[in-house]
Design a binder for this molecule. Structure first.
Ligand code: BGP
Length: 474
């Protein structure tokens, strides 16, 4: 038996990609609500096109999600039917603090999550809660500039204090920021950053990242103080960068790109900025103005576990003429040994084992795979049934590689939550056509459809995987 009996099998979603009901029960507006579909999407996500309120000419898919705000009981019951031991979800900050800077929380928002967590426990499902999955209240962006501003740390402390206090006993596993390194790649989506003409983007991104790292350390401290049972994790959009050849220049470039991502986890897991980052800041003229108090907070409040999303490895070359393609927000050179998904993401199961080993070697802390999956076009038959053998095959190969990492390499792994167990809105494209789920949702990219849920072939397959604790992957 390769996986421990306590292994947490489940699935992962994010509030803005499935809840919808963006104005219900006093919820405020967030950056994620005003990211449209279509050709402006990328410029908005990059923070280069300012969109701080919806307009009539765009479609905003997060506003309605897949209607999970109303349907969560039925959806959780389906997760339970698959045997989920845990369910990773995120809190919409604007349900708790509609503007972000209030003193008193919105009771209706708290009650919604309380009911949801209780529903999970009713089914023996452990909630794994991401505090911030890309969302930031619009009011905080308009008034303070989002994470550019150190005041954000105080607002975040207020938020987490309310969450840890209210949900004590209901939630034990917390993740501070989803894919914290995404701030470098999609800064408006990741942290509500909008750039003005002539601003130094790099300085702003690292300053904002520093504020998030401080907020994360504070959250860890407060979580442990409120309940010593709490386990707090960081979260990395992971995937090793391979050198395209053994030319040392390619190898060096791969190492440099890996460090760009590792830097965040180095701070959260070791408690200080690594020397290569400090040197890079000096070279680039980046000033973080780190105070001794800040250094201490980072040092004394490292995370309990490291969580990751893994969709693929990446590949790089020092040759400037080498063509790159888009992966999960990270450009990569096409790896000739790997296939790609319908959205052009590389598929590399062994890369998961390589990535897990590299992270475990580096940090020696338990790891949690909190996202992994395949976005694909599904074509249901007249009964709504999808034979998604391609999805089963992707997941099977990745789970086999994951088991090797545990069984053959000794990586300490807490669990695996497959991304998007129910079809939801894609973060990168805003489509629902890019489906990940074990459960099909009858909805189109323009939001139309009955929203009825149907079990796909992979539903029964995953149920069997969980029941056998990963022994039966056939
Ligand atoms: C990660 C995000 C998720 C999720 C996933 C799949 O970057 O944390 O929110 O969406 O990627 O990406 P996409 O939805 O773009 O296919």
């Amino acid at each position: 038996m390769s996986l421990p009996e306590t292994f947490l099998w489940g699935g992962a979603t994010a509030a803005n990609q499935c809840e919808g009901a963006y104005q219900a029960d006093g919820r405020g507006l967030a950056n994620v609500d005003v990211i449209p579909t279509g050709e402006d999407r990328m410029q908005v996500m990059l923070g280069r096109m300012k969109m701080l309120e919806p307009d009539a000419t765009h479609f905003y898919p997060a506003m309605n999600g897949i209607g999970m705000y109303e349907n969560y009981r039925e959806d959780i019951a389906l997760f339970a039917e698959m045997g989920f031991k845990c369910y990773r979800l995120s809190i919409a900050w604007t349900r708790i603090f509609p503007n972000g800077d209030e003193q008193e929380p919105n009771e209706a928002g708290l009650r919604f999550y309380e009911n949801l967590f209780e529903e999970c426990h009713k089914h023996g499902i452990e909630p794994i809660v991401t505090i911030t999955h890309f969302d930031c209240p619009i009011h905080l962006i308009q008034t303070y500039g989002g994470w550019k501003n150190p005041k954000m740390v105080e607002f975040y402390k207020n938020l987490v204090t309310v969450l840890f206090t209210r949900f004590k006993g209901l939630v034990k596993y917390w993740i501070t920021f989803n894919e914290i390194n995404m701030i470098l790649h999609l800064p408006f989506m990741g942290a509500g950053l909008v750039f003005e003409e002539g601003e130094n983007e790099l300085q702003i991104k690292y300053m904002a990242a520093h504020h998030e790292l401080l907020a994360s350390a504070w959250a860890t401290k407060i979580a442990h103080e409120i309940d010593p049972e709490n386990k707090v994790g960081c979260m990395l959009a992971a995937g090793m960068v391979y050198p395209y050849t053994c030319n040392p220049k390619d190898v060096w470039k791969g190492m440099t790109q890996d460090r760009e991502n590792y830097m965040f986890i180095d701070v959260q897991a070791r408690g200080y900025y690594p020397s290569y980052a400090k040197k890079m800041f000096e070279r680039e003229g980046i000033e973080l103005h780190l105070t001794p108090e800040e250094e201490q907070i980072l040092q004394e409040n490292t995370v309990d576990f490291i969580s990751i999303s893994y969709y693929s490895s990446r590949c790089t070359s020092a040759d400037p003429d080498m063509q790159t393609m888009a992966g999960n927000a990270f450009d990569t050179v096409k790896n000739p040994y790997l296939d790609t998904s319908e959205w052009g993401w590389l598929i590399d199961p062994l890369g998961l084992r390589i990535t897990l080993n590299s992270l475990y070697d580096r940090y020696q802390k338990p790891i949690f795979i909190v996202e992994n999956g395949l976005g694909a076009v599904d074509v249901p038959d007249e009964n709504g049934y999808v034979e998604d053998d391609y999805r089963i095959s992707y997941l099977r190969d990745h789970l086999a590689a994951m088991k090797d990492a545990v069984e053959l390499d000794g990586v300490e792994l807490l669990g695996y939550t497959m991304w998007g167990p129910i079809d939801l809105i894609s973060a990168s494209t805003g489509e629902i056509k890019k489906r990940y789920g074990f459960i099909y949702v009858d909805q189109d990219d323009d939001g139309s459809g009955s929203r009825k849920r149907y079990k796909k072939k992979s539903f029964e397959w995953y149920k069997k995987v969980i029941a056998s604790n990963g022994e039966d992957l056939t």
